[in-house]
Design a protein. Sequence first.
Length: 150
Amino acid sequence: MRPTAASPRGRAIAFVSQDARLVGTLLGCLGREPKFRIDRTRLGREVYRFQVKDAVLSRWLEGAGLTPRKSLTLGAIQVPEALLAHVVRGLLDRDGSTIDKVWRADTSRRSDYCYKWFRAQFVSASRDHIDWLHARAARSLVCEDGSEHE
């Protein structure tokens, strides 16, 4: 969800998702009729989009750190620890990617020599935002063995 740059007073808010149920739920939470537009991505996938005009909500979002042109201006986001995973998922869905692989090195000597790895990559034009995300994730990550991320 973001205030749009097209609205000079910052009152229009746009939201795009591949999850129609999420769009409907958000519109319901905003007390709006569940009307949204269906568009197609370059790959042919459906995305659901709506725009609402709400000055109070727009000011609240800006106070929380979500501003017009957020990829350039976004810094720290005020989010409770209990909701951090949901915020990170949203950031990853919109501006990130994941890779989950099994690496097999030198299997000519040992066929079982492999390791699994996972990488999450976030993309942002705002260094402040990436630094905040890195610091929050480092404080919150716990490894399978119970140890904390270093």
